[in-house]
Design a protein around this ligand. Structure first.
Ligand code: NAD
Length: 420
């Protein structure tokens, strides 16, 4: 069951500590690697359609900029809070370092249930947030992107607000935009694509057959639905169960992930999909006896207790932080292979990086080139992680990824020397 008591920021710090045990890093520098450089907390006052003023708490955490501009998404969710944003910004640092793209990490969010507001209200709220963010962001400073409940629409609004206030054109100030506003082909699919590629590489490494492998996916938004479609279409896997916040649907003979998506687009949820033979709870989905489990919803989906009941052989984390540290320990002891978020869902930020490169050069790539470059980054990162896992006696792939990533951040920090 989702464990809301586990603080994701403490989980991040524990993951860094676990990896630091295999690295030569002093306590002072370690402290630096475990805490954000700065966090903006602001209250947005926005006029609502009925004339009332709505007040919305919002954050932006800039965790570490040693390897490049801060980079990371903006989340709209009632559960957004300071520690969640700090954790998500830290995961971005180590994600960008794992796939070796020249960014630091940041993350932002507004504490809001966007479904309760009209489009015009959301536009005013987003523009108000963008105005607050303006001194902090910029093409070479901090580059927001979509996350839960935000997408191309919000990114276009942020870009337009920034450009208007700065009296310039700066499409690279955010990524995840529509194509017409300077977005990249392949960006919408990128997180699901890196999840699929990570699953493919992992099964290959473990000598497991991906064709006909059974797959369960928790969360059927951008990351989960695309991952489901790609493992089905490109790897011939059988997607037997998917869920969203309304519940889960199951068919042991396989669901058509495209049809489920169409159904969700029409009705707002996966529940009630008529190609399913059974409806399950989210907990039942997470403990199905499948070859591959893809958590693609929110943090802390699997805690230590639930981990004891997980029957999947391999877990590929499309979501950020879906396992608590206790769950990680239980699964490591039980020899369940967990491919960590900072590799598996890094496709989103990797293609964001490609989008930013295209924006800076004002020269746009084909989708084929985007996908080829993404595959190269993910496969190289996977190989590096396996080398570390095999040669450095670390307990699992997550610690291997953090060892690789922390080393890269440390190198950049130490090469920069001390200032002032
Ligand atoms: P999204 O808003 O498009 O989808 C989220 C999905 O999760 C929805 O289907 C929602 O119904 C479902 N959900 C929420 N709570 C749930 C619960 N308790 N049980 C089951 N399902 C639940 O968001 P997204 O962009 O797909 O993000 C999902 C995860 O992937 C997040 O952890 C996010 O940080 C991570 N991620 C996203 C991207 C990206 O590019 N979109 C990149 C990297 C990581």
């Amino acid at each position: 069951m989702a464990d809301d008591d586990v603080n994701p920021f403490e989980s991040l710090q524990e993951q860094i500590d676990d990896a630091a045990a295999y690295l030569d890093v002093g306590d002072d520098v370690l402290e630096r690697l475990k805490n954000p450089e700065r966090v903006l907390e602001t209250n947005l006052s926005v006029e609502l359609d009925d004339g009332d003023v709505g007040v919305f708490r919002a954050y932006r955490s800039q965790f570490n900029g040693d390897r490049g501009p801060y980079k990371g998404g903006i989340r709209y969710h009632p559960g957004v809070n300071r520690d969640e944003v700090k954790a998500l910004s830290g995961w971005m640092v180590y994600k960008c370092a794992t796939v070796d793209i020249p960014y630091g990490g940041g993350k932002g969010g507004i504490q809001i249930d966007p479904s309760a507001y009209s489009e015009t209200e959301l536009e005013r709220i987003t523009r108000s947030f963008a105005t607050e963010l303006r001194p902090l962001i910029g093409e070479d400073r901090d580059i927001p992107a979509p996350d839960v409940n935000t997408g191309q629409r919000e990114m276009n609004w942020i870009k337009d607000t920034y450009e208007t206030l700065e009296n310039t054109t700066a499409p690279g100030v955010v990524t995840g935009k529509t194509i017409e506003s300077g977005g990249s082909l392949g960006r919408v699919e990128a997180t699901g694509r890196s999840t699929m590629l990570t699953a493919r590489e992992a099964f290959d490494h473990l000598d497991k057959e991906m064709s006909d492998a059974s797959v369960a996916v928790q969360g059927y938004g951008n990351a989960g639905s695309i991952a489901a479609q790609l493992v089905h279409d490109d790897l011939d896997a059988s997607v037997v169960a998917v869920s969203d916040s309304s519940g889960a649907v199951y068919n042991p003979d396989g669901l058509d992930p495209h049809e489920v998506k169409r159904f969700k687009n029409e009705t707002g949820s996966v529940s009630g999909y008529d190609g399913a033979t059974e409806e399950l709870t989210n907990e039942e989905l997470l403990t199905l006896d499948v070859d591959l489990l893809i958590p693609a919803a929110l943090e802390n989906a699997i805690d230590g207790d639930l981990a004891a009941d997980v029957e999947a052989d391999v877990i590929v984390e499309a979501a950020n932080g879906p396992l608590t540290p206790e769950a990680d320990e239980v699964l490591t002891d039980r020899d369940v292979y967990v491919l960590p978020d900072i590799l598996a869902n890094a496709g989103g930020v990797t293609v964001s990086y490609f989008e930013w490169v295209q924006n800076r050069q004002r020269f746009y790539w084909t989708e084929e080139k985007v996908n080829e470059e993404l595959e190269r980054h993910i496969v190289e990162a996977f190989d590096e992680l396996v080398r570390t896992f095999e040669n450095e006696d670390v307990p699992n792939f997550r610690t291997a990824a953090y060892v690789v990533a922390i080393r890269r951040v440390l190198d950049a920090y130490e090469e920069g020397g001390s200032w002032p």
